[in-house]
Write a protein that binds this ligand. Structure first.
Ligand code: PLP
Length: 304
């Protein structure tokens, strides 16, 4: 039955029970697997506290509603399970996922509403979409040739596993020797990257695409930090040329925070290092984490 994975490598919850992450298995006939008919959300725990937990759970519930999924758990119940996973893992820095799959369809008409939706949650060690060394020098991005799946087909504001476009784009990244990429929509507008939102700094204003992307909780945080620093910020349509010509570029995600970029399609931004606005936002982001901003402490002491 394979090697036992310790709880410290992660704790999961599925079908009403907690288990070590290595024992959490999805039946292959679940539509979450066979049809990517699934939504999820990810919140992080940093130094023993969740960041913006209520907002992640609210977005998860909105995503479920968008896919006509229902669970017997309300927001408090979901948060309880997330706490239960982190507590059992003992992890102080953790990537915490909540997942809802369509489930298995019972025999009979092939109508998705007939399935009982399945809730899964897990806490695993912290994940960096871009590791700290890459953030220090600034990430090297390319604009992928693979376009983003159109929003009319898959709503990007519902967090999803339709990553066929992103994975194809990540192979372009590997072939080019870059670190990551941004994807354009079919009209040539910048959308987002594989696991992050994108920002350009143009003449002192922070701009993020207004379409084709997940409404990131970290993106919201970036706008909050801009307001605090008095830096103008807005969402707007953004072409690939506008992104390439930006003074600075940075990315944002729960799994890594605010991540500066130093090259795009080989073009060097500034002095080939993270730009000043990106760095101020990144520093403030982590400083405010340490001050308990939007923090929900994990109670590790409760009996497991
Ligand atoms: N866009 C995509 C496709 C993502 O998967 C993610 C996060 O995983 C983001 C953007 C960033 O969203 P958030 O800041 O809420 O983590």
């Amino acid at each position: 039955m394979g090697v036992k994975v310790p709880w410290s490598e992660g704790a999961a919850y599925m079908d009403g029970a907690y288990m070590p992450i290595g024992e959490c298995r999805l039946p292959v006939t679940d539509w979450g697997f066979t049809k990517s008919d699934v939504t999820y959300d990810v919140v992080h725990v940093w130094k023993g506290a969740f960041f913006r937990l209520d907002e992640h759970v609210a977005r998860f519930q909105a995503s479920m509603a968008g896919l006509r999924m229902r669970l017997p758990l309300d927001a408090a119940g979901i948060k309880d399970v997330l706490m239960g996973c982190v507590r059992r893992s003992g992890l102080r820095d953790s990537y915490v996922a909540m997942v809802c799959t369509r489930g298995i369809l019972p025999p009979g008409p092939r109508l998705p509403s007939r399935a009982t939706n399945r809730f899964i949650a897990y806490a695993v060690p912290w994940v960096w979409v871009m590791p700290p060394e890459m953030q220090e020098r600034g990430a090297h991005l390319i604009v992928a040739k693979t376009p983003k799946i159109p929003s009319a087909c898959i709503d990007p504001t519902i967090k999803n596993y339709h990553w066929g476009d992103m994975v194809r784009a990540l192979f372009e990244v590997e072939d080019s020797g870059a670190d990551s990429c941004v994807l354009l929509d079919l009209e040539g507008n910048v959308t987002e990257g594989p696991g992050f939102n994108v920002f350009a700094v143009v003449d002192g204003t922070v701009v993020s695409p207004d379409r084709g992307a997940l409404e990131g909780i970290t993106r919201r945080t970036v706008f909050d930090l801009c307001a605090e620093l008095g830096v103008p910020a807005r969402v707007s349509r953004m072409t690939a040329a506008e992104l390439r010509d930006a003074d600075e570029i940075f990315c944002s995600t729960t799994a890594g925070g605010i991540m500066p970029v130093s090259r795009i399609d080989g073009r060097i931004l500034g002095n080939d290092r993270p730009g000043p606005v990106s760095l101020r936002l990144k520093d403030l982001y982590w400083r405010k984490h340490d001050q308990g901003w939007h923090a929900t402490p994990v109670d590790y002491a409760l009996p497991a």
